[in-house]
Ligand binder design. Structure first.
Ligand code: GDP
Ligand code: IMO
Ligand code: MG
Length: 431
């Protein structure tokens, strides 16, 4: 399919990087369309193990052009480090481009992210402290700096001279030192120089690819439950992880396929309502078996059962064509597995995601499925999976109302089952 979007259907860390790496084997173009280096997209393949933050997960295919799109926010220093570590691992980065309209995460955005979190006290969001919220705030307030501005030192200085005094007042108010304009401009200009060849207008590249019917992948960051509009606000990120064509540089009508990435259970990093969270042994087993520690911050992830209400929310908002279910193997160790099919809210059963204060009081309604207690890591075809695993997957597809196209049973590139969709669509799924 020419244009495919890959988006997170839960609270992030569903395995988007792993799926994009797989799909990019046949992609001409991969575009990261939103978010910043709050992302940690893990890819394990013949080149090694990588946690990508800003660079699209298609970078391992030398034939794939990779774009950091207009909807993203970029910390240039962080990006340069990431590029260097890829080069050190002998990964080619000649095909990596940064849209000049993408916004810059400035050094003071990171400082402010930390200070704002501290000031929130008990109401902390648990951000990654990468400056994402402050950078998108400035973008919306029209006081931001864009990647293209790094190549125009005079204009850059003007922009920063206008915004720095107010930022400094906030820094000083919080007991930090004020930043000086000259070294700030110098640092940004140096980063701009180092990235000069890559900072371009990416629109012609995208247009050419789409018009020529090339294989294009849109790589999302995070997941719908942290979406600025449709997630558990204010415990969200400051962009829209929903399928985002505009941030990539193409019209929504150009998207042919939307793949929702779902973990076979749920995890979340950071604060906010997470109804199926398990604070017992089952939760610990999920964390241990799934190595659930943040790829960006190293924080232990909160773990819980699969939440079909949240995934249905994601399926509607994104219009999923299919699902990729990841980490099925992590459930291999369980005697029984639960699936949340509804919430109970103030004594009433609901099947939708309510607004945040109600979400915090939602009690999951579970159905219980039997485990399979056998390794799925070597399964490569549907028939290789144990019967209870097939039944569990069948139920996930049924509850989401979306067919499953991929099942992943390990972090390695080839630990994947690819399904032919037609029998899945018809409701005649074999159990
Ligand atoms: P992303 O942010 O959506 O790209 O996901 P992350 O990379 O943050 O988290 C997914 C984690 O699960 C990574 O450590 C992957 O290597 C790992 N992973 C992905 N798919 C599988 C799988 O099917 N089984 C297991 N055991 N690990 C997987
Ligand atoms: P990927 O792309 C999981 C969470 C943070 C916090 C909230 C806001 O790897 O799935 P932010 O730094 O964005 O202002 O933090 O969002 N968060 C993520 N959680 N995976 C991510 O990215 C995340 N990016 C941000 O923990 O709750
Ligand atoms: Mg991640």
């Amino acid at each position: 399919m020419p244009v495919t979007a890959v988006v997170g259907a839960q609270w992030g860390d569903e395995g988007k990087g792993r799926m994009v790496d797989w799909l990019a084997q046949e992609a001409d173009l991969v575009i990261r369309f939103q978010g910043g280096d709050n992302a940690g997209h893990t890819v394990v393949n013949e080149h090694g193990r990588f946690a990508l933050h800003m660079v699209p997960s298609g970078i391992f295919n030398p034939k794939t052009t990779c774009i950091i799109g207009a909807g993203t926010v970029v910390h240039p220093g962080g990006l340069l480090e990431e590029i260097q570590s890829l080069v050190a691992a002998r990964i080619g980065v000649d095909n990596l481009w940064v849209e000049k309209r993408a916004h810059v995460v400035l050094p003071y955005h990171r400082l402010l992210d930390g200070l704002q979190e501290k000031a929130r006290g008990a109401a902390q969001i648990g951000t990654t402290r990468r400056g994402i919220g402050p950078a998108y705030s400035d973008k919306a307030a029209r006081t931001g700096v864009r990647m293209g501005d790094l190549l125009r030192p005079d204009y850059l200085r003007e922009r920063l001279a206008a915004s720095l005094p107010q930022k400094n007042r906030t820094l000083v108010e919080h007991g930090e030192e004020a930043l000086e304009l000259d070294p700030l401009v110098a640092e940004l200009v140096a980063w701009g120089e180092a990235l000069r060849e890559r900072i371009v207008d990416t629109l012609p590249l995208v247009q050419r690819a789409v018009k020529a019917g090339k294989n294009v992948l849109l790589e999302g960051q995070l997941g719908v439950m942290r979406d600025l509009d449709w997630g558990t606000y204010p415990f969200v990120t400051s962009s829209n992880p929903l399928v985002g064509a505009a941030g990539a540089g193409l019209p929504p009508t150009a998207i042919d396929r939307v793949i929702g990435i779902v973990k076979a259970y749920s995890t979340a990093v950071g604060a906010g309502p997470f109804p199926t969270e398990l604070e017992d042994e089952a939760g610990q087993l999920l964390r241990q078996a799934g190595a659930e520690y943040g790829a960006t911050t190293g924080r232990p992830r909160r773990c819980g059962w699969y939440d079909a209400v949240a995934v249905s929310h994601a399926a509607w908002l994104n219009g999923f064509s299919s699902l990729a279910v990841t980490k099925l193997d992590v459930l291999d160790a369980f005697d029984e597995i639960k699936v949340c099919t509804a919430y109970e809210l103030h004594g009433r059963r609901i099947d939708y995601v309510p607004d945040t204060p109600d979400m915090a009081e939602a009690i999951p309604v579970y159905e219980t499925w039997s485990g399979w207690k056998t390794s799925t890591a070597d399964a490569r075809r549907w028939d290789d999976l144990p019967k209870p695993a097939r039944a569990y997957l069948h139920r996930i597809a049924e509850l989401a109302g979306v067919p499953i196209e991929f099942v992943s049973v390990g972090p390695e590139r080839d630990q994947l089952l690819e399904m032919h969709l037609s029998p899945w669509l018809s409701g005649r799924l074999r159990r």
